[in-house]
Every structure is written in structure tokens, then in C-alpha cells.
Design a protein around this ligand. Structure first.
Ligand code: TRP
Length: 78
């Protein structure tokens, strides 16, 4: 991982409704949007963080699967 970002873990986003937005944010001193992707219901995106993308913002109802578990954006913790 130290020398190649493409060896990083994958994560999966599954849209639970139409029009879910995935927004990639840049790595480095300036944190800005550089990529937007729209997923419709049941569409899945498999992605990694890269040397260009350090964070991601998700708008809408989706399940995000990571090695830390699955996060449903529309469910509150009890
Ligand atoms: N071209 C982008 C990159 O290599 C694509 C990308 C990779 C991306 N992972 C992402 C975009 C996660 C949004 C979210 O960094």
C-alpha cells in the first residue's frame, strides 16, 4: 500500500434508490470534488482509494461495504 495505491482494499457501494451520487475528493493539500458518479437502484460500484482520490462523499440511500463492515446510509444506530 505504501508504494502503490492500487493495492489498497476495495469497497463496494450498492445504490438502494435511483440517483445516488458518489463524489470523489482529491488527495493532497487541496480537498476538492474531482469526480461525480450517479448510481441507480441496485447498481453497484467497486472502487479503491487511489493516489488521486482520498475520500468519497455519498449522497442518497446506499449500502457501503468495507472491510470494517456494511454501512447503510439511511439507517440510524439504535
Ligand atoms: N480517476 C479516479 C482515481 O483514479 C477514479 C476513482 C478511483 C474514484 N476511486 C474512486 C472516484 C472513488 C470516486 C470514488 O482516483
Amino acid at each position: 500500500m505504501a508504494d502503490s495505491p492500487v493495492l489498497g482494499d476495495y469497497f463496494v457501494i450498492r445504490a438502494l434508490e435511483n440517483g445516488v451520487q458518489l463524489i470523489g475528493l482529491t488527495r493532497g493539500p487541496e480537498t476538492r470534488f474531482h469526480h461525480a458518479e450517479k448510481l441507480d437502484r441496485d447498481e453497484v460500484m467497486i472502487a479503491q482509494f487511489t493516489e488521486h482520490t482520498s475520500a468519497m462523499k455519498i449522497r442518497g440511500k446506499a449500502i457501503v461495504y468495507t472491510k470494517f463492515g456494511a454501512i447503510n446510509t439511511s439507517e440510524r444506530e439504535p
